[in-house]
Design a protein around this ligand. Sequence first.
Ligand code: GDP
Ligand code: ADP
Length: 205
Amino acid sequence: MRKERGLLIVLSGPSGVGKGTVRKELFSQPDTNYEYSISMTTRKPREGEVDGVDYFFKSKEEFETLIEQGRLLEFANYVGNYYGTPIDYVNATLDAGRDVFLEIEVQGAAQIREKVPDGLFIFLAPPSLSELQDRLVGRGTETEEVIATRIAAANKELEMMNLYDYVVENDEVQLACDRINAIVLAEHCRRERVEKQYLAMLRGE
Ligand SMILES: Nc1nc2c(ncn2[C@@H]2O[C@H](COP(=O)(O)OP(=O)(O)O)[C@@H](O)[C@H]2O)c(=O)[nH]1
Ligand SMILES: Nc1ncnc2c1ncn2[C@@H]1O[C@H](COP(=O)(O)OP(=O)(O)O)[C@@H](O)[C@H]1O
């Protein structure tokens, strides 16, 4: 029997909604069965961030070479820095039958929607805009100016919600993780069912 390709799971949403927090919580759970794809970025590491763990930190020149060489599945310029997904890791992991989990901003997610239409696209939404603002301020990693840019971007990003297969509210981190796991499980069941029906049809049953 042929090995089923893994599922490409894309988690996106506005900056400050809690994508990183939810992703870290998901991957700290021992029964999580997805492989996290570590992104490349030209952003400077924040305190405590480790190269090759949080991101692969690259210079602008290195990043642009990766773009030219077609080594990125998608990339975006987000608030002055490049971010991108290494294509080789994603393909090799999916081919090995493992699910890959991407946590990326909305421009990159839209590119993947075009290239990988059978991916699973999940939008993480804040309970409200004011809560989103509070979270960005509360995190304390950006200057006021950067926060203002990110909130302006968030308004546009929220409009893209309807392009996704699912919207998950991040009211509580654990609840958001449970919802994501339930969606992935349901999607696997749906695909298995479709595959079975397709094979039965080919056999003329
Ligand atoms: N398109 C794209 N966005 C990414 C990638 N990796 C991270 N991001 C997104 O880039 C944005 C900024 O990330 P970061 O600077 O770490 O800030 P934070 O997520 O707000 O803590 C976030 O929305 C991330 O989800 C990637 O590989 N591609
Ligand atoms: N469900 C939640 N309830 C309250 N605060 C949250 C929740 N999820 C995340 N946060 C907080 O919001 C801030 C932004 O979260 P973060 O994961 O950095 O967002 P993103 O990766 O989407 O930019 C952080 O200070 C984080 O602790």
